[in-house]
Design a protein around this ligand. Structure first.
Ligand code: NAD
Ligand code: IPM
Ligand code: MN
Length: 361
């Protein structure tokens, strides 16, 4: 059987890290006897340059006909890039948001796992955790502030901008279910993060989450306010198993959680719909400050490829092989500059990819 993977390298460091992830997929396919075929598609700024818009209908159709999508990152420096002279719905990020919506990717899984070898790169001192850091953020991805009514108007000569945060119970229920299903296979705890002391949407979130919890008696449910969660992630990260939260909170908390793993360059993600189809991308952005230098950490993209094999192709062994290869390379002391520390061996983006491949072969 041939598996069709749509590749969307995107902008900035996107093409550099996707190149490495593809190399790793090819090496895995060779060892395990699979056939992966790729179709490269443009997204974000790359698509604006070619077609004048960040996501074309043709790209959506091609992504839908693939078995999974592997994406790099989109966007650039808003101060200098011409893409940001376009209206907001024509900018690179709008392409990604539309793609998530079109593909109905409501569940964004972002695992923050601190590899033993990277303890030095984690800014949280070891005294704040005993066994290790291993948590999964389940972020709602197609609702909330990102997709609510939005407008900018001038009223009585005063500019006013409006963004609305809306969730209905169906949206909350399906993402809560995803979180509980995820927790069942892990440490059986869900921390639902909200702002129920202020927001109606959070109060509904709590109510529905508790209803869903009744179907999973083996899983413990806790509620936590988002400001407290931001703090608890630093002072007691070990308490978390699955963090369930809405779109914007999940965006912010996942960048914070990425530093617990040593770098934003370590955090992969899977964006899933109700089927086995998914879009896989590192949680970081296009890193315009380091683009083109060959120094970006490709591990988040490589681990996203592992998630693709696990969630879309049911290739658990192959996914583990990639994760074990990453672990082995880190144990040998190889580091890209973002996770570099004393006495370690500094490597480029491409060298890191090659080292990981060697461990798979
Ligand atoms: P960013 O994640 O691109 O970069 C933040 C910092 O982390 C930078 O210093 C960068 O050099 C560093 N960094 C990120 N990835 C790295 C990697 N793999 N290896 C080493 N260092 C890495 O966030 P930003 O600077 O706020 O955003 C830049 C652009 O990316 C913006 O246009 C933003 O909208 C976009 N963005 C896109 C996505 C996505 O495509 N999913 C995600 C986040 C941001
Ligand atoms: C992410 C990014 C996106 C988001 C942006 C680029 C729209 O920050 O994937 O985390 O906010 O979801
Ligand atoms: Mn983000």
């Amino acid at each position: 059987m041939e598996y069709k993977i749509a590749l969307m390298p995107g902008d900035g460091i996107g093409p550099e890290i996707i190149k490495e992830a593809r190399k790793v997929l090819d090496a895995t396919a060779k060892v395990y006897g699979h056939t992966f075929s790729y179709e490269e598609l443009l997204l974000g700024g790359a698509s604006i340059d070619a077609y004048g818009e960040p996501l074309t209908e043709e790209t959506i159709a091609k992504a839908k006909s693939a078995d999974a999508v592997l994406m790099g990152a989109v966007g650039a420096d808003a101060k200098t890039s011409p893409w940001y002279r376009l209206s907001p719905e024509k900018r690179p990020e709008a392409g990604l948001l539309k793609l998530r919506k079109e593909l109905k990717l409501f569940a964004n899984l972002r695992p923050a796992y601190l590899y033993e070898a990277l303890k030095d790169a984690c800014p949280v001192k070891e005294q704040f955790y005993q066994t290790g850091i291993d948590l999964m953020i389940v972020r709602e991805l197609t609702g909330g502030l990102y997709f609510g009514e939005r407008k900018t108007v001038v009223e009585n000569g005063i500019a006013k901008a409006v963004d609305t945060l809306t969730y209905d119970e169906k949206e909350i229920r399906r993402i809560a279910k995803k979180a509980f299903e995820t927790a069942v296979k892990r440490k059986k705890k869900v921390t639902s993060v909200d702002k129920a002391n202020v927001l109606d949407s959070s109060r509904l979130w709590r109510k529905i989450t508790e209803e869903v919890a009744a179907d999973y008696p083996e899983v413990t449910l806790e509620h936590m306010l988002v400001d407290n969660c931001a703090m608890q992630l630093i002072c007691n990260p070990e308490q978390f198993d699955v963090i369930l939260t809405e779109n914007m909170f999940g965006d912010i908390l996942s960048d914070e959680a990425s530093m617990l793993t040593g770098s934003i360059g370590m955090l992969p993600s899977a964006s899933l719909n109700e089927t086995s189809f998914g879009l896989y991308e590192p949680s970081h952005g296009s890193a315009p400050d380091i683009a083109g230098k060959g120094i970006a950490n490709p591990i988040a993209a490589i681990l996203s490829a592992a998630m693709l094999l696990r969630y879309s192709f049911s290739m658990e062994e192959e996914a583990k092989a990639i994760e074990n290869a990453v672990n082995a390379v880190l144990n040998e002391g190889y580091r890209t500059s973002d996770i570099m520390s004393e006495n370690m061996k500094k490597v480029s983006t491409g060298e890191m990819g090659d080292l990981i491949i060697e461990k798979i072969q």
